[in-house]
Ligand binder design. Structure first.
Ligand code: SF4
Length: 980
């Protein structure tokens, strides 16, 4: 239902209400308008959030009213951070349910199934409620309850010792879903450790870096609602990044007449909504995109003026013909030559998609003009060697049509995102962590997380304190058995603290399991590029907010949360005080109150300061409602800072920034202004000054100095000097890299396994006991086309198949379906959760036994899921027993040599299960996996051999923690290299 239809429904309802009231009055009866007195299509009006009335469903058939206080927070079940309203029962002060927050600009009151399922997570009878300490060996399953004080003192002492002994790199914080903007980076910066590790290279490194080479920023912000053509290389409608906020806008665009093009090897729920569904051979997507681009180039059907003004074609021509006259016509002629070989015929041969279909799609794209929205994030970018060229080639279509920062086009993400400055911004560390940023991957985006067990194995470092947070590397990463080996070895990992609200496979190998809050039990601020606007969302401890609204005073969030569940904000403040109790290390100052010098900073002050000082328009808006900014955010949960941001790259640089301007021959403008660039307008990615010390402020286009893009050149970089200078000149232009699963690289009889797709109703490993979601999705059969099933011995749905990778095999059930391309099999991640003992999420984790002979590991299922008694009567009603198979254990690492992305697709053999095979069996060899790591490592072009400036990494490229430029110098003073 769109907004107009919704409003009409409300009006119809009100009309019916008036008629019904009048009828009742005529009959002399008491009229009951329903508990809330509003249409089901309407959201609770915000004026009534203090006292909202609904019928108590449990009192049925009695008509009993229940009174609620509605308290906003944000969902933590994917990165979108949609708004939620917690319905807090006013009698019991407990949360009864979660629904959408209509005041949230990104989600506009809507959620996917995972949002309301937050209540399942909150009431999960198996969740971790108290800090636990290991009582046996790691992985032995013996735990005792401990106190926060003991855990904090133990961890803090180790961190302090590492810092004092100058072993900063021994401290690592490894995060999966951050769910916040910058808080923890701030903590690590205050400690002076370059210890941030992420999940990016199992998720989006390639998607990101392809965009970053073009526009300086690493994410697209697509304006789907206003597009004429929506081009998706993913299952974006059901499980994409910013899933629900984007899905609702894609549907709006479609309703308004937009054509939807989807490239997906599966007939996903997204493909079913497409006007054109193309199922290309995995890894051939860039060839299709280049054929579309070539057609536009050869026929002149591109936005010539946009290309002339905004592409760095002069820089490209200069390196082709140094000193030559940079004429645009010369470039156009060169462009035609460059892409002439990418014909539809070639793309059809590579992709297996009919040539006529490609022509049809190309015509639609070319006709989109500046209203072409497009998106790739994981999918083909995450599956393939060279997958980063998929995002580079997709954006090429936007760059050709000029659909960049236009209505219906694609924006650089930071233009549609707002990150408020926190109360303190400690300088970033002066150390470089080679375990996360190894010299072999100077262009990686971001940390080389998947390599950690290999680098520890090779003695490149050791960890004294390792935090895992919203992350489960044993289960999520490839080669999980190597993670078990590393996490079980105290010489490699001295102490592992798992910060997690639920049990997970990695927590079994921790020393402490520390319970952290769910979406309604913690504070975070975040902002995401859901559409052409800037907003902030505020996650909060809802029972604390409810109790404070009722006049109570709450100390820290543990007082309001179940058990001793805490939140990271307060945890990090407390830990930092214990690392530096007297302030001598210079750390404590960043965690002290400004209001009360010498006292500990609290979350109220932290966010009050931020909302009062760093969010334009919020204090005024709050004042209009007689509220302080913090109270406004606690009441509404979100604030829209600006909308319709538009073409920031075209904004003139203000005169007062243009002091002592110098413009280089390609138009890059530098100035000496002391005034910092306007925050949150066009973030320049740590630009380096020119030879005279001026900083880049913009770019000269047609005689005017305008902001431009945050790239080194200030323009859209069709030709990437960064790639050319850092050892990859052959890939400096958008191009096609043959994947590691290209037919040329496969052995006879092998098939491609696509393991990257998500189930729309699961939450990685945090779904756990979300019972509504588990009932919807609880297995991951392998999709197999009927022609392949017949070839493999008349396989039927439900038959067991053995899938063999480079390092092992797993046994899974077949699902024979025409919804998959022949020659390809696909198996969803999310599924195949396991536990070693009775600790764990019993609704979705099978019990397994592990067996190890040196590097050869075997896992066998000993019990599936079954009904059990708990505080929740529904656990006795569990009807499913199958929870899928853990395939990632059998994958070795495949680090892309440019982006660092783990290239997920696997060349596999598929066959009927062998005698003795059992469902859920997993075998893998970590020694073999290490050899595969070495093979892929050999593809890398290390900074030591290719750095053009003696640095480890181009300084302009994004990095969550950004050490000062001097720290970028390669050890041993390696000389700059002039690459051919
Ligand atoms: S898309 Fe779904 S899971 Fe993601 S934040 Fe929104 S409601 Fe939560």
């Amino acid at each position: 239902m769109n907004n107009k239809e919704r409003e009409q429904r409300v009006r119809d309802f009100e009309e019916r209400l008036r008629t019904a009231r009048a009828d009742a009055e005529r009959r002399g009866e008491t009229f009951y308008p329903g508990a809330s007195g509003v249409a089901l299509a309407a959201y609770p009006p915000k004026e009534r959030w203090d006292d909202w009335v609904e019928m108590d469903s449990r009192a049925w058939p009695q008509r009993k009213e229940k009174r609620y206080m509605l308290v906003p927070t944000t969902c933590f079940n994917c990165e979108s951070a949609c708004g939620l309203l917690a319905y807090v029962d006013k009698d019991t002060l407990t949360v009864r349910k979660f629904e959408g927050n209509p005041e949230h600009p990104g989600s506009r009151g809507r959620n996917c199934a995972k949002g309301p399922a937050t209540i399942n997570q909150v009431t999960d009878p198996d969740r971790v409620l108290f800090p636990l300490k290991r009582a046996g060996e790691r992985g032995e399953g013996k735990w005792v309850r401990t106190t926060w004080d003991e855990a904090l003192d133990d961890i803090a002492a180790r961190i302090r010792k590492a810092i004092v002994e100058n072993r900063h790199n021994a401290v690592m914080y490894h995060v999966g879903r951050p769910g916040e903007d910058g808080y923890t980076e701030r903590v690590l910066a205050a400690w002076g450790v370059d210890g941030h590790n992420s999940h990016t290279n199992i998720c989006s490194s390639s998607g990101r870096v392809g965009y970053a080479f073009w526009m300086g920023l690493d994410r697209p912000s697509a304006d789907h609602a206003n597009a004429d053509v929506i081009f998706l290389i993913s299952a974006h409608l059901e499980s994409g990044h910013y899933f629900n906020p984007h899905a609702q806008r894609i549907v709006e665009g479609k309703h308004a007449g937009a054509k939807v093009i989807v490239l997906d090897v599966r007939l996903s729920n997204t493909a079913t909504h497409a006007d054109h569904w193309l199922a290309p051979r995995p890894g051939s997507e860039a060839a299709i995109l280049l054929a579309i681009a070539n057609e536009m180039i050869q026929t002149g059907a591109y936005n010539r003026d946009f290309v002339r003004r905004w592409w760095n074609w002069e820089e490209y021509l200069d390196q082709e013909t140094p000193g030559g006259e940079p004429r645009f016509e010369t470039f156009e002629a060169r462009l035609r030559e460059l892409y002439a070989n990418y014909t539809f015929e070639y793309a059809a041969a590579e992709s297996g998609v009919d040539e006529g279909v490609l022509r049809e799609v190309a015509a639609i794209v070319a006709g989109a003009g500046t209203r072409l929205s497009s998106h790739v994030w994981r999918s083909a970018a995450a599956g393939n060697l060279g997958g980063w060229q998929v995002s580079r080639c997709l954006f090429l279509l936007n760059a050709l049509t000029g659909a960049v920062a236009t209505e219906g086009g694609v924006f650089p993400n930071a233009w549609n995102k707002f990150v408020p400055k926190p109360i303190y911004s400690p300088p970033h560390p002066k150390t470089w962590n080679d375990l996360t940023w190894p010299v072999e991957y100077p262009l990686a985006m971001h940390e080389m997380s998947i390599l950690l067990p290999h680098l520890l194995e090779e003695g490149r470092g050791a960890l004294d304190v390792y935090f895992s947070r919203v992350y489960n590397p044993v289960w999520t990463n490839p080669n999980g058995f190597a993670w078990i080996e590393a996490l079980s070895d105290p010489a490699k990992v001295g102490l592992h603290a798992a910060l997690t609200p639920t049990w997970n496979e990695s927590a079994y190998f921790a020393d402490y399991v520390l319970p952290m809050g769910l979406a309604s039990e913690r504070h975070d601020v975040h902002s995401y590029e859901t559409h052409d606007a800037q907003w902030i969302g505020f996650r909060q401890t809802v029972l604390r907010a409810a109790r404070e609204r009722s006049g109570q005073t709450i100390g820290d969030s543990r007082e309001a949360n179940p058990g001793e569940v805490w939140e990271e904000n307060e945890f990090w403040i407390e830990l930092s005080w214990r690392v530096d109790p007297d302030g001598a290390l210079g750390i404590r100052q960043y965690f002290e109150s400004k209001d009360e010098p010498g006292a500990k900073l609290g979350v109220d002050e932290y966010y009050r300061y931020m909302f009062e000082h760093s969010v334009p328009g919020l204090p005024e808006r709050a004042k209009a409602e007689n509220l302080e900014p913090l109270a406004y955010m606690r009441r509404y949960g979100a604030f829209e800072v600006r909308k319709k941001i538009g073409a920031l790259h075209e904004e003139p640089v203000p005169e007062d920034e243009l002091v002592d301007v110098a413009v280089d021959r390609f138009g890059r403008a530098y100035a000496r202004s002391e005034r910092p660039p306007t925050p949150n307008v066009v973030p320049l990615p740590s630009p380096l000054p020119d030879a005279e010390g001026r900083r880049p402020v913009g770019v000269r286009i047609d005689g005017r100095i305008v902001r431009g893009f945050p790239t080194p050149s200030g323009k859209l970089e069709f030709w990437s000097r960064t790639l050319a200078d850092w050892g990859w000149p052959e890939y400096a232009l958008p191009g096609y890299v043959k994947s590691h699963v290209h037919p040329d690289n496969m052995e006879p009889g092998q098939m491609v396994l696509v393991p990257t797709f998500r189930l729309p109703t699961q939450i990685h490993t945090r779904g756990g006991n979300a019972k509504w979601l588990d009932e919807l999705a609880n297995t991951n059969p392998v999709w197999i086309h009927p022609s392949d099933a017949a070839r493999l011995g008349d396989l039927r749905t439900g038959d067991l198949v053995r899938i063999t990778t480079e390092t092992g095999h797993f046994v899974v059930k077949a699902w024979v379906t025409e919804g998959i391309r022949p020659g390809v099999v696909a198996c969803s991640h999310h599924m195949g959760r396991w536990r070693l003992d009775d600790n764990g999420q019993k609704q979705i984790m099978a019990k397994v036994a592990l067996d190890r002979a040196d590097g050869a590991w075997a896992m066998r299922r000993t019990a599936g899921v079954k009904p059990y008694a708990s505080a929740d009567p529904d656990t006795k009603r569990i009807w499913w027993s199958d929870v899928g198979v853990h395939q990632n254990l059998t994958f070795p690492v495949h680090p892309d040599p440019v982006s660092g992305m783990h290239c997920w697709h696997q060349a596999v053999t598929v066959e009927r299960a062998h005698p003795g095979d059992a469902y859920g069996d997993v075998h893998a060899d970590t020694h073999k996996a290490h050899l595969v790591f070495r093979k892929w490592l050999a593809l890398a072009r290390p900074a030591t051999q290719h750095s053009p400036d003696g640095n480890r990494r181009p300084y302009w490229m994004l990095r969550p923690l950004k050490p000062p430029v001097a720290t970028y110098k390669l050890p041993g003073g390696a000389e700059p290299v002039k690459n051919p």
